[in-house]
Design a protein around this ligand. Structure first.
Ligand code: SIN
Ligand code: CO
Length: 406
């Protein structure tokens, strides 16, 4: 993780500690030249190409004469050809592509610039393209977002309004009213951080030559209700797997004659309540739940298995070229004393000692250079077997992506 006392250019020269204390989840922060010289990671054509691929989540949002229309990818060249060539204030559009970090090493490395926020909070990198006037309208999001401007410009308006009522029947969440409190014109390399539920409106500004591309680094904040529902499912699995046993059977040796045989008595309710109250969970169960749930891939993520390689060949390659997490992999960990639990794409495994230290590096940095594979580590069979299993499943890739200079 980033050293908290170092000032960061990407945060406008403040430290991560200051950022967390003053801005994170509290108020917006405009950072001029957060990444000087940043022009973006892909061209409009490359983004459109991604939006045409089967397993990529993409949307085109159009604003036509006061109405919002949303369509979902994969798109075809014709879909793009049918969009208005000369956008106007009442006829414009934008293309949005989710999880670009799953497809490009540069995008993954861009996310690593945000290592001052825990990986467990990370959602994805969304990239948008819009000609002049395009955007998704005034809205609010329920997550924290860093809006980094790639090529072109975008006018960002933010509001302090508490009225978050939405236009009824619109295919996306558009605010009924929007009162601009502040606005900024962001240029390539500028960035705006917005906390959840802050009303905002980004309008692409283009000279007709260089259109606007915005990189949204989004951090998920699951609803408490969602966490509770998922946790109850996890607990139910524990009950079914006999890892949490409620002993005994219902007993009523003290049964009294009831005047209504069909009535559920207060006595029965309190006996069952007392038994249900025995359902207890520990902090380590919550950790296991969080690790598996938050590292679980989204429904549309598919891993391509790597071609069969023997463990010996695999370990020789590790020592020669190193290994990296696949771009789609989410790896988290939690340690208590010596023992660490590692969560990778919804699965859990435990290690301690040197192996745990190496795996922590893999989780934090998403890669392990060949030099990290010392003779002791490379001869640790359970460790290599684990990496090999992850490799065959497509969770890891041999070699290390080349460093991208932002
Ligand atoms: C965009 O890039 O057009 C939308 C980003 C946002 O407002 O969340
Ligand atoms: Co937004």
């Amino acid at each position: 993780m980033t050293k908290h006392h170092q000032t960061l250019q990407i945060l406008g020269g403040i430290t991560p500690t200051q950022f967390l204390a003053e801005f994170w989840q509290k108020k917006p922060l405009l950072i001029k030249q957060a990444i000087p010289g940043f022009k973006g990671l892909l061209s409009p054509d490359e983004l459109a190409g991604l939006a045409c691929e089967e397993d990529v989540q993409s949307r085109i949002v159009q604003y036509i004469k006061g109405k919002w229309v949303a369509s979902h990818g994969p798109f075809t060249e014709d879909d793009f050809a049918n969009l208005p060539e000369k956008p106007t204030t009442d006829n414009n559009w934008t293309l949005l592509v989710q999880s670009v970090n799953h497809y490009m090493p540069e995008a993954m490395q861009l996310l690593q610039q945000f290592n001052f926020i825990p990986h467990a909070r990370l959602d994805d990198l969304m990239v948008s393209y819009a000609p002049n006037g395009g955007g998704v309208g005034p809205h609010f999001d329920s997550y924290d977002v860093f809006l980094l401007q790639g090529q072109g410009k975008r006018l960002w308006r933010i509001s302090e309004q508490s009225d978050l009522s939405l236009v009824e029947g619109a295919p996306l969440r558009i605010l009924k009213n929007f009162d601009t409190a502040q606005e900024w014109l962001l240029e390539a390399g500028d960035m705006l951080y917005l906390p959840p539920h802050l009303a905002h409106w980004g309008i692409a500004v283009s000279d007709g030559v260089i259109d606007c591309m915005t990189y949204s680094i989004g951090f998920r904040a699951p609803k408490n209700q969602e966490l509770a529902t998922e946790f109850l499912g996890f607990l139910q699995d524990k009950l079914n797997q006999d890892q949490m046993v409620l002993e005994g059977i219902y007993q009523d040796a003290d049964l009294r004659l009831q005047s209504h045989p069909a009535e559920i008595s207060n006595s029965m309710v309190s006996k069952v309540s007392a038994n249900l109250n025995k359902i207890q969970w520990t902090a380590s169960m919550v950790t296991e739940f969080l690790g598996t749930y938050l590292s679980d891939p989204k429904a549309d993520v598919v891993f391509d298995a790597n071609k069969k390689t023997s463990m010996l060949t695999f370990s020789e390659k590790l020592a020669k070229i190193g290994v990296a997490l696949d771009f789609k992999t989410q790896m988290l960990f939690s340690c208590e004393n010596e023992l660490c639990q590692f969560f990778i794409n919804g699965e859990m495994t435990e290690f301690s000692g040197d192996v745990a230290n190496v795996l922590k590096m893999l989780a934090d940095n998403r890669q392990l250079a060949a030099s990290e594979f010392s003779a002791t580590i490379i001869n640790n069979e359970s460790f290599i077997r684990q990496l090999h299993t992850w490799y065959l499943a497509g969770y890891l890739q041999l070699g290390i992506p080349k460093n991208f200079n932002f």
